[in-house]
Design a binder for this molecule. Structure first.
Ligand SMILES: [Zn+2]
Ligand SMILES: [Zn+2]
Length: 249
């Protein structure tokens, strides 16, 4: 099917994963991966967000492991959260440079940028699910917020688009293609769905298949993501972490 050589989405104890950075790296090496990103949750993720005060420690450990292992490259990343309708994410400008790669996704348990954002992005979405607010209005606003974010920040990957939030998949894929932001086919959530992947493929988007591992044993587990990509007919070179795509890069 696909030969995947990188896992760009893995969690550790620095957010709510169970393992250590070393544990994830060892697991990735065992599976023959050439690259791994450590991407714990953004600062405003309630209860589990990465602590700003840990950034130095994380960087030190990653530098040390990169020196120790010559068969794998380790990236320091973050899975940032969307917290504002204007595309604001929970990583302030001054910290953007701390990371080698920035992923961004929509999660519910975050502290919004403002009271207004709390209403539009979170409460109104919940009411929409109950049929109490017009779904089209909500979908448009959600899509616009994500589009603003990828225009505003150096985001490389959008994690599990369509999970936890109603979006216009085609419009988001079109913008992601323009900005060269990869859309994630997440092996834990099963998002994107086959239908969405097909749509994004038509719009020229690129993809990434990630594990979203929260324990070292799940690192490099791409089974479900590969099944979705295969069913949607995604050619290997359109997936940024396949051997084929990485050879071109
Ligand atoms: Zn996520
Ligand atoms: Zn995640």
């Amino acid at each position: 099917m696909y030969i995947l050589t990188a896992d760009y989405h893995t969690h550790t104890r620095y957010s709510h994963g169970k393992g250590t950075i070393l544990g994830n790296v060892e697991a990735a090496r065992k599976k023959g991966l050439k690259k791994i990103a450590i991407t714990d949750h953004g600062f405003k993720h309630i209860g589990i967000g990465t602590a700003v005060s840990d950034l130095g420690k994380i960087r030190e450990e990653i530098t040390r492991l990169n020196q120790r292992f010559s068969d794998i490259e380790i990236l320091m990343g973050i899975e940032a959260n969307l917290i504002g309708m204007d595309g604001e994410i929970d990583i302030p400008q001054k910290h953007l440079n701390a990371f080698d790669i920035i992923l961004m996704g929509f999660h519910k348990a975050v502290i919004p940028a403002s009271f207004q954002d709390a209403w539009v992005l979170f409460a109104r979405n919940a009411l929409g699910k109950l049929g109490l607010v017009d779904r089209n209005t909500i979908r448009k606003a959600n899509t616009q917020a994500l589009i603003c974010a990828i225009n505003r920040y150096p985001i490389r990957i959008l994690t599990h688009p369509g999970a936890k939030i109603d979006i216009d998949s085609r419009e988001l894929a079109r913008e992601a293609a323009k900005l060269d932001v990869a859309l994630e086919i997440n092996s834990s959530h099963g998002f994107m769905t086959v239908e969405y992947v097909k749509m994004a493929l038509e719009e020229g988007a690129s993809f990434v298949i990630n594990s979203d591992a929260h324990t070292p044993d799940r690192v490099g587990d791409f089974k479900r993501g590969m099944e979705i990509a295969n069913e949607a007919g995604v050619p290997p070179h359109r997936i940024i972490n396949t051997k084929e795509a990485m050879e071109i890069q």
